[in-house]
Design a protein around this ligand. Structure first.
Ligand code: C2E
Ligand code: MG
Ligand code: MG
Length: 572
């Protein structure tokens, strides 16, 4: 119940009034009573008693009045102020106190409380706005303004639950813009971003309101088709989306008119994935297949077809991890002068100590590494590890000869390689003549201009160059003349037929004659039998490598092998 309004008196004034009422009035009465003549006539005597009673009653009433006033003026407002403070702490709305209801002494406190309340309200508003901004940042892509994957995932949860209840399907489409990275690389990153944003708006305009479009990754979008989706509706939506991307797009900021294309992968819920992650993975696999089939296409996820793709993706991931986890290792195989038995060099050969599959040879992983562009990183690792090993052996007084490294074509073309080579040589205090780089002859064919330019740089550094696996590819003699490598390695497959296969004999002899004419050394790889060794020696091919002379060994075992040979070959 609302308390009656009191005039806005100060507590001091209220107390003064109360004291007046409680003390002065009884005192006056008392004086009045005392002033009455002591010998009052008998009938007046009860009057004295009445006055005394009145004094007592007045005193008690005055005291009660003081207490009441104190309570009204102080206790009640304080209790309400306390209630307000607690309300503020609990961030719940509380009624303000009207100044008229309070003693003036409490007014500054109430005003202060009011300001605190207002500030808290303001901060609360700012906090809510900040929270909304954070949620937007967490749920929306800043570049395109589209919802992001997290928001789609949340929405998918609700859609999937209702689809399950109604026994219907959902379709998740992954739309990848083709060659966006090429646009960014050639025209600049901002043009790439503009293209992506323009396409985001276009896709959003093409879809129905109920469909949900979000940014998936760097160059792709995800679409969840809402409502009942049959295969034909999904296919026609995919077709529409592909066509809309293909219209040339005028970029407002850069002024470029760009043509683009997209590929789409489609996965159906629940058949292709029971949860968002597996459904998104299925859509990604289908997208990759669209891209390998020739871009500008859409594909539905097909478990059997995409299994191989999934394995490749897993292998790529494992390879990238292998570098991080230091799972690669090198084995070394000697190259000999078979006439004297002298070790002229050794070839570093890569192995992968796979956590589940054991020790793997390059044939098991090198193609995958090339496809996922990890080969350059692996080659860089090989360069560092092999140079460090060579420096160690030299420090131990061993004589391993030249160290041969196999290089991938990508790495050969990489202009940074010369720098990396120079750096590795310097760091390990090696001279360039101690290193030899092996390139397969296909490399020269794949890139008739780039590779020779790279070779010229290596030669300028003073490094040796070998054409590996010679005789199995299609390198032309004129190429050999142009490249002038120091050495050719005749491939194992050719050596295998020696000396019994007449054609292999003829081929090998032709190669020896040609190399001799060009002043190029020849080394025979894969020498396994004494008969091969003898025949090759008879043809003047003393440089040999193969299991007959030494199998590839881990660094320590190879060092021990080298040490034992040095002991055995100590000149008398
Ligand atoms: P490659 O450079 O021609 O290496 C010679 C291959 O023949 C090696 O196989 C070696 O183990 C094998 N080999 C040696 N002697 C014999 C023999 O008597 N009989 C038979 N049957 N084989 C013999 P590996 O180590 O499996 O290497 C295969 C290929 O992988 C190499 O051929 C090379 O092209 C590539 N490779 C190896 N290590 C690296 C590397 O570090 N980087 C790059 N980019 N490629 C590498
Ligand atoms: Mg080799
Ligand atoms: Mg070879």
């Amino acid at each position: 119940m609302k308390s009656p309004r009191l005039p806005s008196l100060s507590v001091r004034a209220s107390l003064l009034l109360a004291v007046l009422a409680a003390v002065l009035v009884p005192a006056l009465l008392w004086l009045l009573a005392s002033a009455l003549p002591r010998s009052l006539p008998a009938p007046a005597a009860p009057w004295r008693a009445a006055v005394l009673l009145l004094v007592v009653v007045q005193g008690v009433a005055g005291a009660l009045l003081v207490l009441g006033l104190l309570s009204r003026r102080l206790e009640e407002p304080l209790a309400r102020l306390t209630e307000q403070a607690l309300g503020l702490a609990g961030l719940r709305p509380v009624a303000t106190l009207a100044p008229a209801e309070l003693a003036p002494e409490l007014a500054p406190l109430v005003q202060g409380m009011d300001e605190v309340r207002q500030r808290v309200g303001q901060l609360q508003g700012e906090l809510q706005a900040g929270r909304a901004r954070l949620r937007k940042a967490a749920m929306y892509d800043t570049l395109t303004g589209l919802p992001n994957r997290t928001l789609l995932q949340e929405l998918f949860g609700h859609e999937a639950a209702s689809a399950r209840r109604q026994g219907r399907s959902l379709a998740l489409l992954r739309i990848g813009l083709d060659r966006l990275d090429t646009v960014s690389d050639t025209l600049g990153h901002s043009v790439g971003e503009e293209l992506l944003t323009g396409m985001a708006h276009r896709l959003a305009a093409t879809l129905r309101d109920a469909d949900f479009l979000c940014r998936g990754g760097d160059d792709d979008f995800l679409v969840l088709l809402a409502g009942p989706v049959g295969w034909d509706r999904v296919a026609s939506a995919a077709e529409r989306l592909l066509r809309c991307v293909e219209q040339p797009l005028q970029l407002p900021r850069s002024g470029q008119l760009l043509g683009a294309s997209a590929s789409i992968g489609i996965a159906m819920y629940p058949s292709d994935g029971a949860d968002f992650e597996s459904l998104a993975r299925a859509a990604s696999l289908a997208l990759q297949r669209s891209r390998t089939l020739g871009r500008g296409l859409y594909s539905f996820y097909q478990p059997a077809l995409d299994q191989a793709l999934r394995e490749r993706i897993d292998a790529e991931r494992e390879l990238a991890l292998a570098l991080e986890r230091d799972e690669f290792t090198l084995v070394y195989q000697p190259m000999l002068d078979a006439r004297s038995g002298r070790v002229v060099g050794c070839e570093a050969l890569l192995r992968w100590q796979h956590p589940r599959r054991g020790l793997l040879a390059p044939a098991d992983f090198i193609d995958t590494a090339r496809q996922c562009r990890l080969m350059a990183d692996i080659d860089a690792w090989v360069l560092e590890a092999a140079c460090a090993e060579l420096a160690r052996w030299l420090g131990q007084g061993l004589a391993p000869g030249r160290l041969a490294l196999n290089l991938s074509v990508q790495q050969a073309r990489n202009p940074a390689l010369s720098e990396a080579l120079r750096d590795a040589l310097e760091r390990h205090a090696l001279v360039p003549a101690m290193l030899e780089l092996e390139l397969t002859e296909d490399a020269f064919l794949d890139d008739p201009d780039g590779v020779p330019r790279a070779l010229a740089r290596w030669r300028a550094l003073g490094l040796g160059l070998t054409v590996d696996d010679f005789g199995v590819g299609y390198s032309s003699l004129s190429q050999l003349k142009r490249l002038r490598p120091q050495r050719l390695k005749i491939d194992c497959s050719l050596v295998r037929g020696l000396p019994h296969d007449a054609e292999d004999r003829a081929l090998a002899q032709a190669m020896f004659a040609m190399a001799a004419a060009l002043g190029i050394e020849v080394l025979a790889e894969g020498v396994e039998t004494p008969a091969q060794q003898q025949w090759l020696l008879a043809q003047g091919c003393a440089l040999q490598q193969g299991h007959l002379h030494g199998t590839p060994l881990p660094a320590e075992a190879f060092a021990a092998w080298l040490a034992s040979r040095t002991r055995d070959h100590v000149p008398a």
